[in-house]
Design a protein around this ligand. Sequence first.
Ligand code: CDP
Length: 227
Amino acid sequence: MSDIIIAIDGHSATGKSSTAKKVAKHLGYIYLDSGAMYRATTLYFLNNKIILASIDQIQKALNKIDIEFRKDKNGLPLTFLNGKNVEDKIRTMEISSKVSGVSAIKAVRVAMVEQQRKLGEHKGIVMDGRDIGSVVFPNAELKIFMTASANVRAERRQKELAEKGQTVPFKEILKNVVDRDEQDSTRKESPLIKVDDAIEIDNSNMSFEEQVNQIIELAESKITADV
Ligand code: CDP
């Protein structure tokens, strides 16, 4: 049985990360949250007051950024930026409101994509993001495009944030979700698109288990077909 690459792209707050984590665990694959890398980069830029219009500052900053994923005691990945656990810091509304501006910068994308490709070179990986099936791994054996209504997504994100102790008004979350989709889909560099060979899953009316099982089934049929 040969390992495959599973690319899960889609709109913001569609549950890509939680789904990808579950699928990876089931298959014994590596999971990589590419959005966490853009979020960590955004945090670094903010902390170091990097001016986004200065390509020189951006390039120097990118050379100083080291992002890695370490597992917590339950085996779940935590994002580390230059040796520090930033998992909670990168999930705030402040970062969510700035990340699409940072991820639209070509130099940032080049640096992230290079690392993502290295991490996937041996296959056996589930990666979620916006350009995984289109740019990072155009030859991925299974490509999923996840979407759901904006209201449903904002409700889910509000619940997720509340569980982490962040109380954010629904309207603010909804605006962020819609704005980010717009920015991510209309940017010049690697915009979010549904590629022709991606399978679209609208999970507005699906349970989490249903969507996980659907992707596992699709993956298993690809893995068997690939023998
Ligand atoms: O989890 P959520 O859907 O809120 O977003 P995320 O996956 O954490 O990604 C945060 C942001 O990073 C996105 O809105 C994109 O601007 C950017 N991103 C990207 O440009 N390319 C990727 N492969 C992944 C994320």
